[in-house]
Design a protein around this ligand. Structure first.
Ligand code: SF4
Ligand code: SF4
Length: 327
């Protein structure tokens, strides 16, 4: 059974789950909205245990994994872990903030592992501001070269954009730049302050008012007609409702349908939660409880959550069917 049929079968039998798996906390960027790069103790997950973790996640129903970090491609055995995801028929995406990492050898690894999509972070249409955001010089040209090489190797590449103070008022220009750089799609994250000591998100660059974020999201909804923005329309509207302080139609199912696994194999409902649900290597499926949450606007977890809510999920499902099947 291939990845697509495994994904669909698991969804149709109401077993599907998704996970983010952070392989390390090693970064080459010095991002203004995340302080993982400052963490003193550095980790790379043990490879043998990581393979067990992937199989364990599969046994929980996980058929979609985003391999993240730090910089996941800096894990010395990224290839083995990514190959194992594919062997388990798990749709797999990964991400980098630093296109200098995407040399020929690593692109070959991504191709061999049949990675389904590569995300590259981009914060602004100019080098000057991207440098402020990540402290990586000549980022725009680096992204251009990396996207070109990925596309020559038939690897889908998405522009991973965190809406922040750097870009919330210039999204149309940034999206246009992404198109020019050759990205296949755009994936948006929204500013979140995380109290988790593991995944430390925050800082002045993401201190957007709710009003500014709502304005930016409404603009994104309009831009969906022009660009391939992966965040579902229903999820964006749901998050706008949340930001207005109203009761959102779709609660987040982080901890029930989606998880974050860190570099010590602890499982959390998402990157924001401080309390671990257990260690993936020893956890049992029956420890996963049906739960819902409305504490934040984190896109990855909320975007997936809208598809697991019975009849309410039919409209987003029909709207996103083409993308789901294409993946
Ligand atoms: S956003 Fe990514 S690259 Fe930047 S500090 Fe955080 S983990 Fe590292
Ligand atoms: S709403 Fe936010 S804090 Fe709650 S589970 Fe979802 S992502 Fe985590």
């Amino acid at each position: 059974m291939g990845k697509k049929s495994s994904f669909l079968k698991t969804y149709l039998t109401n077993q599907l789950r998704v996970a983010e798996f952070a392989l390390n906390n090693i970064c080459t960027a010095k991002c203004q909205f995340c302080s993982i790069w400052k963490q003193k103790k550095k980790y790379n997950v043990d490879t043998a245990k990581a393979l067990i973790a992937v199989s364990k996640l599969k046994s929980f129903g996980v058929r979609f994994i985003t391999i993240t970090g730090g910089e996941p491609l800096l894990h010395p055995h990224f290839a083995e872990i990514a190959n194992h995801c594919t062997k388990e028929n798990i749709t797999t995406t990964t991400i980098t903030a630093d296109p200098r990492i995407l040399n020929d050898k690593r692109i070959h690894i991504l191709k061999q592992a049949e990675i389904d999509c590569m995300g590259i972070s981009i914060d602004h249409h100019t080098d000057e501001v991207t440098y402020k955001a990540r402290k990586i010089p000549h980022l725009i040209d680096g992204i251009k070269q990396a996207v070109k090489k990925l596309k020559e190797n038939d690897i889908l590449v998405t522009a991973s954009i965190l809406i922040s103070d750097f870009n919330h008022s210039s999204l149309p220009t940034l999206f246009k730049k992404c198109e020019k750089l050759g990205f296949d799609s755009i994936s948006l994250s929204y500013p979140v302050f995380s109290p988790s000591p593991t995944y430390t998100l925050g800082g002045d660059a993401i201190k957007l008012s709710r009003k500014d974020l709502i304005t930016a999201l409404k603009k994104v909804l309009r831009l969906k007609a022009e660009y391939d923005i992966v965040n579902p329309r229903h999820s964006i509207e749901n998050i706008i409702t949340y930001l207005r302080g109203e009761n959102p139609r779709f609660p987040c199912l982080g901890g029930y349908r989606s998880f974050f696994v860190d570099w010590t194999f602890q499982v959390y409902p998402c990157m924001c939660h401080e309390k671990s649900m257990g260690n993936i290597l020893t956890m049992n499926k029956n420890e996963i409880k049906k739960t819902s949450c409305n504490l934040c606007n984190m896109s990855w977890y909320r975007d997936f959550s809208i598809f697991f809510q019975g009849f309410k999920s039919l409209p987003p499902l029909f709207q996103e069917l083409k993308r789901i099947i294409a993946f």
